[in-house]
Design a protein around this ligand. Sequence first.
Ligand code: PHE
Length: 338
Amino acid sequence: MKDRIAQLLDEVQHAVPETKEQLEEFRLKFLSKKGLIPSLFADFRLVAAEQRKEMGMLLNTLKQTAEEKLKQLQERFEEEQKSTVQFDTSLPVLPETGGRHPISIVRREINSIFERVGFVIAEGPEIEDDFHNFTALNFPEEHPARDMQDTFFLRKSPDVALRTHTSSVQVRVMEQGKLPIRIIAPGRVFRNEAISARAHCIFHQVEGLYVDKDVSFADLKQTLYYFATEFFGPETRIRFRPSYFPFTEISAEMDVSCNICGGKGCNICKYSGWVEILGCGMVDPNVLEACGIDSSTYTGYAFGMGIERITMMKYQINDLRMFFENDMRFLRQFESFV
Ligand code: PHE
């Protein structure tokens, strides 16, 4: 009997049921009522009294080993079945394709409008030094825009800061000295402002710069008129108001007729019929000179517009914070746009 127990123990230990069916066979063979182990227990009656203790222990070990194995494998197969249901690779793919962010949609549209008339895309770093963000752009030493309240400084003297506008890219391109220049530079900018429905400390701008011989303010107006009608529609009107920027002379701000009410007056345009969308002007000769360009031969125009503002106009979004919240209910509405 001892040999028989040892032999069965060996069989139990080496059995490798790989499926539920094989495990059931294992159970029937060893543990069911008529299985091998219960039948050994039946034979136990015949064992001589002095061997009973030893045989009893061996038999129990065998039974426990078989039961343990059965239980473990049962659990494992159940787990596996659950996980194969979760990862059924034969299921059809869900039609989840994602979509572009509204800011990306508008940035790409602006790019393509300007690319059609010969502008090329330029880029610059988001972390800038004082020279490219301020000094080369003719900011006086005490100009309030340099103040800690507006600018996120990363280091003081020499100054390193997050760029406060994409005009820094103008400087980087002009420094390279390849003329003529006709670029647009989209990108993120940073200002130390309280977050509200109309302002954020991170936002996006597109800078435009054209430097050549005989560039005039009329060229600037015509290019921006072309942009406004392409972007907002052919009925759009534009107007210029005198303004001031350290890096342009003359300077202006441009308004477009409100695309919501068509200029009649509504709460988007605050009942004026006009919405301001950008700052612009003729590049100040000081800026050309600071970048190594001869201002007696070359002239240029520049403009900068906020992408958030015109995206809000185009899609009638009334809170700027929506762009940064990653709320799927908002983002999903733009899935069909390209
Ligand atoms: N950099 C200016 C701003 O951030 C916009 C601007 C760009 C104005 C180019 C004139 C020319 O407000």
